[in-house]
Ligand binder design. Structure first.
Ligand code: PXP
Length: 250
Protein backbone atom coordinates (compact mmCIF):
# COMPACT_ATOMS: atom_id res chain seq x y z
CA UNK A 1 0.00 0.00 0.00
CA UNK A 2 1.60 3.34 -1.00
CA UNK A 3 1.61 6.19 1.54
CA UNK A 4 -1.31 8.58 1.39
CA UNK A 5 -0.68 11.27 -1.18
CA UNK A 6 -4.14 12.86 -1.01
CA UNK A 7 -5.28 15.56 1.38
CA UNK A 8 -5.32 14.76 5.06
CA UNK A 9 -8.70 14.26 6.69
CA UNK A 10 -9.60 16.55 9.56
CA UNK A 11 -11.72 15.06 12.31
CA UNK A 12 -13.12 17.65 14.72
CA UNK A 13 -13.54 16.61 18.33
CA UNK A 14 -16.48 18.46 19.91
CA UNK A 15 -16.12 17.13 23.49
CA UNK A 16 -15.24 20.49 24.95
CA UNK A 17 -18.33 22.22 23.65
CA UNK A 18 -20.07 19.79 26.01
CA UNK A 19 -17.56 20.67 28.75
CA UNK A 20 -18.67 24.31 28.58
CA UNK A 21 -22.34 23.33 28.52
CA UNK A 22 -21.91 21.04 31.52
CA UNK A 23 -20.03 23.69 33.52
CA UNK A 24 -23.40 25.38 34.02
CA UNK A 25 -25.67 22.38 33.76
CA UNK A 26 -27.50 24.16 30.95
CA UNK A 27 -28.62 23.05 27.49
CA UNK A 28 -26.09 25.24 25.67
CA UNK A 29 -23.69 25.42 23.93
CA UNK A 30 -24.96 22.39 22.08
CA UNK A 31 -22.17 20.04 20.87
CA UNK A 32 -24.42 18.70 18.14
CA UNK A 33 -24.88 22.20 16.76
CA UNK A 34 -21.08 22.59 16.84
CA UNK A 35 -20.71 19.27 15.03
CA UNK A 36 -23.13 20.41 12.31
CA UNK A 37 -21.24 23.67 11.97
CA UNK A 38 -17.93 21.78 11.75
CA UNK A 39 -19.48 19.57 9.09
CA UNK A 40 -20.70 22.61 7.14
CA UNK A 41 -17.20 24.10 7.48
CA UNK A 42 -15.54 21.10 5.88
CA UNK A 43 -14.82 18.61 8.68
CA UNK A 44 -14.28 15.13 7.27
CA UNK A 45 -15.55 13.57 10.45
CA UNK A 46 -16.65 14.31 14.00
CA UNK A 47 -15.10 12.75 17.06
CA UNK A 48 -16.83 12.43 20.41
CA UNK A 49 -15.59 10.64 23.53
CA UNK A 50 -18.28 9.22 25.76
CA UNK A 51 -16.42 8.89 29.04
CA UNK A 52 -17.44 6.55 31.80
CA UNK A 53 -18.19 9.52 34.07
CA UNK A 54 -20.00 11.44 31.26
CA UNK A 55 -18.04 14.55 32.17
CA UNK A 56 -18.59 16.10 28.75
CA UNK A 57 -20.40 14.15 26.02
CA UNK A 58 -23.64 12.50 27.16
CA UNK A 59 -25.53 9.47 25.89
CA UNK A 60 -28.15 11.83 24.45
CA UNK A 61 -25.39 13.67 22.53
CA UNK A 62 -24.32 10.41 20.91
CA UNK A 63 -27.93 9.61 20.00
CA UNK A 64 -28.31 13.08 18.41
CA UNK A 65 -24.95 12.91 16.60
CA UNK A 66 -25.93 9.57 15.10
CA UNK A 67 -29.27 11.04 14.00
CA UNK A 68 -28.05 14.34 12.60
CA UNK A 69 -24.54 13.95 11.20
CA UNK A 70 -23.85 13.40 7.52
CA UNK A 71 -20.10 12.93 7.99
CA UNK A 72 -18.75 9.87 9.82
CA UNK A 73 -18.78 9.75 13.60
CA UNK A 74 -15.61 8.54 15.29
CA UNK A 75 -16.85 7.26 18.64
CA UNK A 76 -14.10 7.29 21.24
CA UNK A 77 -14.55 4.93 24.13
CA UNK A 78 -12.83 2.85 26.76
CA UNK A 79 -12.76 -0.92 26.33
CA UNK A 80 -15.62 -1.62 28.73
CA UNK A 81 -18.73 -3.77 28.35
CA UNK A 82 -20.97 -0.74 28.79
CA UNK A 83 -19.29 1.16 25.94
CA UNK A 84 -19.23 -1.89 23.70
CA UNK A 85 -23.02 -2.24 24.10
CA UNK A 86 -23.53 1.43 23.23
CA UNK A 87 -21.27 1.17 20.17
CA UNK A 88 -23.01 -1.98 18.97
CA UNK A 89 -26.39 -0.29 19.34
CA UNK A 90 -25.30 2.72 17.27
CA UNK A 91 -22.78 1.15 14.89
CA UNK A 92 -20.86 4.38 14.24
CA UNK A 93 -18.54 4.58 11.26
CA UNK A 94 -15.50 4.32 13.53
CA UNK A 95 -14.70 3.34 17.07
CA UNK A 96 -11.48 4.52 18.67
CA UNK A 97 -10.45 2.59 21.76
CA UNK A 98 -8.72 4.78 24.31
CA UNK A 99 -7.44 4.19 27.83
CA UNK A 100 -9.47 5.94 30.49
CA UNK A 101 -8.77 6.74 34.10
CA UNK A 102 -11.35 8.53 36.15
CA UNK A 103 -8.87 10.89 37.80
CA UNK A 104 -7.15 12.09 34.63
CA UNK A 105 -7.97 15.44 33.09
CA UNK A 106 -7.61 14.12 29.56
CA UNK A 107 -6.49 10.88 27.90
CA UNK A 108 -2.96 10.85 29.25
CA UNK A 109 -1.26 7.93 27.57
CA UNK A 110 -1.83 5.44 24.82
CA UNK A 111 -3.58 2.13 25.29
CA UNK A 112 -1.51 -0.78 26.68
CA UNK A 113 -2.48 -3.18 23.90
CA UNK A 114 0.42 -5.57 24.34
CA UNK A 115 -0.49 -6.33 27.96
CA UNK A 116 -4.16 -6.96 27.20
CA UNK A 117 -3.92 -8.49 23.78
CA UNK A 118 -6.29 -11.38 24.32
CA UNK A 119 -9.01 -9.38 25.99
CA UNK A 120 -8.81 -6.60 23.40
CA UNK A 121 -8.91 -9.04 20.49
CA UNK A 122 -12.19 -10.41 21.85
CA UNK A 123 -13.41 -6.94 22.65
CA UNK A 124 -13.01 -5.49 19.17
CA UNK A 125 -14.14 -8.55 17.18
CA UNK A 126 -17.90 -7.82 17.51
CA UNK A 127 -17.30 -4.15 16.72
CA UNK A 128 -15.58 -5.10 13.51
CA UNK A 129 -18.33 -7.57 12.69
CA UNK A 130 -20.85 -4.77 13.21
CA UNK A 131 -19.04 -2.81 10.49
CA UNK A 132 -17.20 -0.30 12.66
CA UNK A 133 -13.69 0.67 11.67
CA UNK A 134 -11.67 -0.02 14.80
CA UNK A 135 -8.87 2.31 15.75
CA UNK A 136 -6.52 1.98 18.71
CA UNK A 137 -5.05 5.06 20.37
CA UNK A 138 -1.43 4.29 21.18
CA UNK A 139 1.96 5.80 21.83
CA UNK A 140 4.58 5.56 19.09
CA UNK A 141 5.85 2.22 20.36
CA UNK A 142 6.68 -0.74 18.14
CA UNK A 143 5.38 -3.32 20.64
CA UNK A 144 2.01 -1.63 20.89
CA UNK A 145 1.70 -1.25 17.13
CA UNK A 146 2.51 -4.92 16.57
CA UNK A 147 -0.08 -5.87 19.18
CA UNK A 148 -2.71 -3.57 17.61
CA UNK A 149 -2.06 -5.29 14.31
CA UNK A 150 -2.32 -8.78 15.82
CA UNK A 151 -5.65 -8.08 17.52
CA UNK A 152 -7.18 -7.07 14.18
CA UNK A 153 -7.45 -3.29 14.45
CA UNK A 154 -7.65 -1.54 11.08
CA UNK A 155 -6.30 1.79 12.31
CA UNK A 156 -3.89 3.14 14.89
CA UNK A 157 -4.09 6.68 16.12
CA UNK A 158 -0.71 7.94 17.30
CA UNK A 159 -0.89 9.90 20.56
CA UNK A 160 0.68 13.29 19.84
CA UNK A 161 0.21 14.54 23.42
CA UNK A 162 3.80 14.04 24.59
CA UNK A 163 5.16 15.78 21.49
CA UNK A 164 2.81 18.75 22.03
CA UNK A 165 3.62 18.95 25.76
CA UNK A 166 7.37 18.99 25.07
CA UNK A 167 6.81 21.80 22.58
CA UNK A 168 4.71 23.83 25.03
CA UNK A 169 7.33 23.38 27.76
CA UNK A 170 10.19 24.43 25.48
CA UNK A 171 11.83 20.99 25.72
CA UNK A 172 12.72 20.99 22.06
CA UNK A 173 15.25 18.14 22.03
CA UNK A 174 12.69 15.83 23.60
CA UNK A 175 9.99 17.15 21.27
CA UNK A 176 12.13 16.42 18.25
CA UNK A 177 13.02 12.95 19.52
CA UNK A 178 9.31 12.18 20.03
CA UNK A 179 8.54 13.50 16.57
CA UNK A 180 11.19 11.23 15.13
CA UNK A 181 9.72 8.23 17.00
CA UNK A 182 6.29 9.06 15.63
CA UNK A 183 7.64 9.44 12.10
CA UNK A 184 9.35 6.06 12.29
CA UNK A 185 6.35 4.33 13.87
CA UNK A 186 3.92 5.84 11.34
CA UNK A 187 6.03 4.21 8.64
CA UNK A 188 6.20 0.94 10.56
CA UNK A 189 2.44 0.79 11.15
CA UNK A 190 1.80 1.57 7.51
CA UNK A 191 4.15 -1.23 6.46
CA UNK A 192 1.94 -3.65 8.45
CA UNK A 193 -1.11 -2.47 6.52
CA UNK A 194 -2.55 -0.34 9.32
CA UNK A 195 -4.14 3.00 8.50
CA UNK A 196 -2.41 5.72 10.52
CA UNK A 197 -4.15 8.62 12.25
CA UNK A 198 -2.79 11.03 14.85
CA UNK A 199 -4.10 13.42 17.45
CA UNK A 200 -4.18 14.93 20.91
CA UNK A 201 -3.06 18.40 21.91
CA UNK A 202 -2.37 19.59 18.35
CA UNK A 203 -2.33 23.35 17.75
CA UNK A 204 -1.43 25.69 14.90
CA UNK A 205 2.16 25.55 16.17
CA UNK A 206 2.49 21.79 16.37
CA UNK A 207 0.33 20.46 13.55
CA UNK A 208 2.64 20.86 10.57
CA UNK A 209 5.38 18.30 11.28
CA UNK A 210 2.77 15.62 12.06
CA UNK A 211 0.66 16.52 9.02
CA UNK A 212 3.77 16.10 6.90
CA UNK A 213 4.10 12.37 7.68
CA UNK A 214 3.05 10.79 4.38
CA UNK A 215 1.46 7.77 6.09
CA UNK A 216 -0.93 9.81 8.21
CA UNK A 217 -4.44 9.90 6.75
CA UNK A 218 -6.38 11.72 9.45
CA UNK A 219 -5.83 14.14 12.31
CA UNK A 220 -8.32 14.41 15.15
CA UNK A 221 -8.25 17.80 16.80
CA UNK A 222 -10.53 19.23 19.47
CA UNK A 223 -9.51 21.29 22.45
CA UNK A 224 -7.41 23.87 20.59
CA UNK A 225 -9.99 24.34 17.81
CA UNK A 226 -12.86 24.79 20.24
CA UNK A 227 -10.76 27.33 22.16
CA UNK A 228 -9.82 29.18 18.96
CA UNK A 229 -13.49 29.21 17.97
CA UNK A 230 -14.13 31.63 20.84
CA UNK A 231 -11.96 34.18 19.06
CA UNK A 232 -12.42 33.35 15.39
CA UNK A 233 -15.53 31.21 15.11
CA UNK A 234 -15.32 27.49 14.46
CA UNK A 235 -15.31 27.71 10.66
CA UNK A 236 -12.38 30.15 10.42
CA UNK A 237 -10.46 28.28 13.15
CA UNK A 238 -10.87 25.06 11.18
CA UNK A 239 -9.95 26.80 7.93
CA UNK A 240 -6.63 27.95 9.41
CA UNK A 241 -5.91 24.44 10.71
CA UNK A 242 -6.76 23.02 7.30
CA UNK A 243 -4.50 25.55 5.60
CA UNK A 244 -1.57 24.49 7.79
CA UNK A 245 -2.30 20.80 7.23
CA UNK A 246 -2.46 21.28 3.45
CA UNK A 247 0.72 23.38 3.45
CA UNK A 248 2.56 20.64 5.36
CA UNK A 249 1.33 18.10 2.86
CA UNK A 250 2.44 20.15 -0.13
N1 PXP B 1 -7.63 11.69 19.55
C1 PXP B 1 -7.94 11.00 20.68
C2 PXP B 1 -7.89 9.52 20.64
C3 PXP B 1 -8.33 11.68 21.86
O1 PXP B 1 -8.62 10.98 22.96
C4 PXP B 1 -8.43 13.08 21.81
C5 PXP B 1 -8.91 13.81 23.04
O2 PXP B 1 -10.21 13.43 23.34
C6 PXP B 1 -8.12 13.74 20.64
C7 PXP B 1 -7.70 13.02 19.52
C8 PXP B 1 -8.21 15.22 20.51
O3 PXP B 1 -7.34 15.83 21.41
P1 PXP B 1 -7.43 17.40 21.63
O4 PXP B 1 -8.79 17.69 22.16
O5 PXP B 1 -6.35 17.67 22.59
O6 PXP B 1 -7.21 18.04 20.28
Amino acid sequence: MPPNTGPLRLGVNIDHVATVRNARGSAYPDPVRAAKLAEASGADGITAHLREDRRHISDADIDALMDHLSVPLNFEMAATDEMQKIALRHRPHAVCIVPEKREERTTEGGLEVAREENRLAHFIAPLREAGCRVSIFIAADRRQIEAAHRIGAQVIELHTGAYCDFHAEGRFDERDAELERMREMAGFAHSLGLEVHAGHGLTYETVKPVAAFPEVMELNIGHFLIGEAIFLGLGPAMAEMRRLMDAARA
